[in-house]
Design a protein around this ligand. Structure first.
Ligand code: NAD
Ligand code: UGA
Length: 451
């Protein structure tokens, strides 16, 4: 029986390995992590991440051929294929701080694999990494004298949170990078076989290692660039009475442009877009490609502009003062269907509102626990309220920041009746029926549309 190990039981490691175990009943999959609490949660009925459909997949495979453990060394010793799916955040110190990827967790794994392994292994980069990281990995792994041979592959993950299970079940493609040596090809084939259990062959792309590593950063940069592009146009729409929804539809029907990822918003969040673009920027800088670096840096700058613009607009429309006014934020997660708040625009927006001495009330169906952690330093100044009706009680404004389906289904007349008047509604996702809200009596402001 092939034994797969995944180091890192996070948003990627957990769901990805659960799907591999579900689809390959003849493979034993173990997911390890140094975080005991996380592993305990993976072994419980209360999984550590909220993801539609995840419970079913885990329940089907857990205890059969899917295991969660903190015994990293045992896992390494036994495995044939080791996925490394640890966090690769932006560096906060030293050279490249604020831009480069912090590779310390990654390198620790490489060293631990080398220390413990006594048999040949395929080591798979699942984390998102700078191009040519595999070269460093190979040098570390092959520096040992234990006789074991290591093949390093790149297999970046493209799932999006909130749709992880659907994305894993039916991916646009699986990307596997490896060397074109006979050993490299054999390793690639071993990984192809794992995915071929449910992914059609034509969707499994094999490339050289560096192309695979760089494709991941490039895909995220292109996706984020589309959001920043439409958000930049939303500012122009507000100034000219064009409607960004109509513009997005009109350009999206051009088959060369396509309709996806053209939804203007309060800004993109999530743990990866900003981090991966900055990583790309840093890489370009380190190869002396300053113009290329500057080009991509602008995508992040535009996103920050969009987040601040949202607060500026709230302030301006509410008579240039929000001091002492209660503002209810509907949604704190960086997108719907996840409890994840990493880099959520809601974090900056809350802080900016507090700067103006507003009273902020936050509601979210899944993300309140993380919101409390994100705002730990200002926790006394913020109210967390699971019930959106209560959150809006006495509020001067509601600002919708996450496109939860639930928020479409609320009784906005009831909310209006409980709010201070005039009641303002800022829809940061163009998610609600603005005509209806206007009819109730709200002052409605959306993204990319003149009021
Ligand atoms: P995460 O922070 O949720 O999980 C990483 C886990 O690795 C943590 O639980 C941590 O305790 C564990 N870990 C760190 N060092 C370890 C070690 N030495 N031994 C054992 N465990 C260790 O991160 P994530 O969101 O799952 O992302 C992981 C990687 O995947 C990142 O490189 C990210 O860029 C990439 N990625 C993320 C997503 C996403 O949607 N979140 C999608 C595609 C790719
Ligand atoms: C993104 C990519 O979509 C995944 O392919 C990738 O694997 C992942 O990053 C990663 O590397 O971590 P994710 O961040 O989970 O996935 O979610 P997205 O659906 O991409 O949304 C990112 C942000 O952009 C969200 O805040 C979302 O609200 C925003 N967005 C997205 C818009 O504002 N408008 C859009 O049209 C689309």
């Amino acid at each position: 029986m092939t034994k797969i190990l995944c180091i890192g039981a996070g948003y990627v490691g957990g769901p990805t390995m659960a799907m591999i175990a579900k689809k390959n009943t003849n493979v034993q999959v173990t997911v390890v992590d140094i975080n005991q609490q996380r592993i305990d949660a993976w072994n419980s009925d209360n999984l550590p991440i909220y993801e539609p459909g995840l419970d079913e997949v885990v329940n089907e495979a857990r205890g059969r051929n899917l295991f969660f453990s903190t015994d990293v060394e045992k896992g390494i010793a036994e495995a044939d294929i080791i996925f490394v799916s640890v966090n690769t955040p932006t560096k906060t110190f030293g050279h490249g701080a604020g831009c480069a990827a912090d590779l310390q967790y990654w390198e620790k794994c490489a060293r631990q694999i080398l220390e413990v392994a006594t048999s040949d292994k395929i080591v798979v980069e699942k984390s998102t990494l700078p191009v040519r990281t595999a070269a460093a990995m190979e040098r570390i792994l092959n520096s040992g004298r234990n006789g074991a041979h290591f093949d390093v592959l790149s297999n970046p993950e493209f799932l999006a949170e909130g749709t992880a299970i659907a994305d894993l079940d039916n991916p646009d493609r699986i990307l596997i990078g490896g060397h074109s040596t006979p050993e490299g090809k054999k390793a690639v084939q071993a990984l192809v076989d794992v995915y071929a259990a449910w992914v059609p062959q034509e969707k499994i792309i094999t490339t050289n290692l560096w192309s695979s590593e760089l494709s991941k950063l490039t895909a995220n940069a292109f996706l984020a660039q589309r959001v920043s592009s439409i958000n930049s146009i939303s500012a122009l729409c507000e100034a000219t009475e064009a409607d960004v929804g109509e513009v997005a539809y009109a350009i999206g029907t051009d088959s060369r442009i396509g309709p996806k990822f053209l939804k203007a918003s309060v800004g993109f969040g999530g743990s990866c877009f900003k981090k991966d673009i900055l990583n790309l920027v840093y890489l370009c800088e380190s190869y002396g490609l300053h113009e290329v670096a500057e080009y991509w840096r602008q995508v992040v700058k535009m996103n920050e502009y969009q987040e601040r613009r949202f607060v500026d607009r709230m302030l301006k429309e509410m008579f240039n003062t929000i001091a002492g006014k209660r503002i209810a934020l509907f949604g704190f997660a960086f997108k719907a269907d996840t409890g994840d708040t990493r880099e959520s625009p809601a974090i900056l927006i809350t802080r900016e509102l507090l700067e103006e001495n507003a009273e902020v009330v936050i509601t979210d169906p899944q993300a309140l626990k993380h919101a409390e952690q994100d705002l730990a330093d200002v926790i006394d100044r913020v109210v967390f309220e699971p019930d959106p009706y209560k959150a809006a009680e006495g509020a001067h404004a509601v600002a919708l920041l996450t496109e939860w389906k639930e928020y479409k289904e609320l009784d906005y007349q009831k909310i209006f009746d409980r709010m201070a008047q005039p009641a303002f509604l800022f829809d940061g996702r163009n998610h609600l029926d603005h005509q209806e809200l206007f009819g109730i009596g709200y002052n409605v402001y959306s993204i990319g549309k003149a009021p």
